[in-house]
Ligand binder design. Structure first.
Ligand SMILES: Cc1cc2nc3c(=O)[nH]c(=O)nc-3n(C[C@H](O)[C@H](O)[C@H](O)COP(=O)(O)O)c2cc1C
Length: 162
């Protein structure tokens, strides 16, 4: 398999992790897949502190991670929605990653009520466009669906062919 994909994501309580793994399983049918789970080094455990930092689009400290994505044909980036926005660790990654010029990117979220989900996706899309990404496909999974593999695969199908 010559196509190389990478899935980069952050997950605090495991929902986005589940979705990332199902996406990986799907992509593995047609490509090699690397997975990178971002590790936040300065994340608070307090809901309000988390929400406030996300609302302000704060950057967080992250454990050293692969930033040069030039070796990948397909790049996927996932985040939970926090206060209508990506999490601080993902904001940092959006700042620091490189090698996405001219590429198609898949962005995905998991969310609770859905408030701010589109805003969060738009924010990520804008940041990646500014780095030269060319095309975008997006999907989102509500938290109560994250154990429903068939549902998640059907949502991924809707943005196919990957
Ligand atoms: C601090 C915080 C803020 C959140 N803000 C939103 C929000 O604005 N909109 C929404 O739909 N869900 C919101 N949620 C719910 C999460 O997006 C949802 O639980 C998500 O699936 C968590 O993903 P994870 O388990 O990968 O960390 C928030 C959760 C937390 C902890």
């Amino acid at each position: 398999m010559d196509i190389k994909s990478i899935i980069i994501y952050y997950s605090y309580s495991g929902n986005t992790h589940k979705v990332a793994n199902i996406l990986a399983e799907d992509l593995r049918r047609s490509s090699q897949v690397d997975i990178l789970r971002l590790q936040a080094l300065d994340e608070s455990d307090s809901f309000f502190a988390q929400a406030l930092r996300a609302l302000k689009h704060s950057r967080g400290k992250i454990k050293e991670a692969k930033l040069d994505l030039s070796g990948y044909d397909r790049i996927c980036l996932g985040t939970p929605v926090w206060a209508f926005a990506p999490v601080p660790a993902v904001n940092t990654y959006l700042d620091q990653c490189s090698g996405i010029e001219g590429k198609d990117v898949i962005i995905f979220t998991t969310y609770g009520s859905g408030t701010g989900n589109t805003r969060c996706l738009n924010y990520m899309q804008r940041a990646l466009s500014q780095k030269g990404a060319k095309g975008f496909r997006r999907f989102s999974i509500q938290q109560f669906r994250v154990k429903d593999k068939d549902f998640i695969l059907s949502e991924i199908q809707q943005i196919a062919p990957l």
